[in-house]
Design a protein around this ligand. Structure first.
Ligand code: ATP
Length: 234
């Protein structure tokens, strides 16, 4: 469904992404792992049309994303939750969710969207009329993911959803990510918490200074000696 071939993205002289190829199949959860500065955020931003690629190809369901503007990429079914949540503190939980449905225009069935988000994150239903500012960090992350789901994406890209969360919330958020995927939404999940990501992913790709260093089935990578020594802190 998403296919990236030999992608190169430079910021001036910095090669942030260097000949990266990867795919995400329908219904698949692919984790994109690697240290700070490995190029993970740049790769997501390039798929979303926020950063131009230098060379290579990106296609989504046959559409050439390099020739497509960011708004049209979102309308084609790709949602992106950037690092740092960025919810609207002055709006209520429900108003934040409604904003997520705007790419669907008049097709949006808000009640169906709310029901889906509240089933995944019941605490958001309890707080639906409260201001975004009043939510905890974990709840803000849930709202950011919920808002993205309101557009009914076929591919959801999440940038570091576990960043700054207590371990119990990391588990809760990542379990929800898995269940979104099980509901039929493909996922590209950027995580620095490699161990937690491998627990829920089908496959993983490890970037190292812009290049693919490792890739494979998540359970195999989790058991791999070299992977454990380099990326899993074991
Ligand atoms: P992080 O987890 O810190 O976000 P990352 O794996 O997502 O790391 P990127 O943020 O994509 O990595 O950064 C890849 C490289 O590109 C780094 O060397 C970074 O310093 C550089 N870089 C990122 N954004 C810019 C920018 N706007 N201008 C110049 N260089 C940038």
């Amino acid at each position: 469904m998403l296919r990236i071939d030999d992608l190169v993205v430079r910021y001036g002289a910095v090669e942030a992404v260097n000949e990266v190829s990867l795919t995400v199949a329908p219904g698949e959860l692919v984790a994109l792992l690697g240290a700070n500065g490995a190029g993970k955020t740049t790769l997501l931003r390039t798929v979303s049309g926020l950063v131009p690629a230098n060379t290579g190809a990106i296609t989504f369901e046959g559409i050439d994303l390099r020739a497509t503007k960011a708004e049209a990429i979102a309308a084609a079914g790709i949602a992106h939750v950037p690092e740092g949540r960025r919810i609207f503190g002055g709006l209520s939980v429900e108003e934040n969710l409604i904003l997520g449905a705007t790419t669907r225009g008049r097709d949006a069935d808000l009640d169906e969207g709310f029901a889906r988000v509240y089933e995944l994150f019941p605490v958001l239903q309890e707080r639906r009329n409260q201001g975004g500012w009043s939510l905890s960090g974990g709840q803000q992350q849930m709202l950011a993911i919920g808002r993205a789901l309101m557009s009914r994406p076929r591919l959801l890209m999440l940038d570091e959803p576990s960043l700054g969360l207590a371990p119990i919330l990391v588990r809760q958020v990542l379990d929800a990510v898995r269940s979104i995927c099980d509901g039929g939404t493909a996922m590209l999940l950027v995580e620095q918490n490699a161990r937690a990501a491998l627990r829920i992913a089908d496959r993983a790709v490890v970037l190292d200074r812009g290049r693919v260093a490792r890739e494979g089935a998540a359970d195999e990578l989790a058991d791999d000696q070299q992977m454990r020594a380099l990326y899993l802190g074991a």
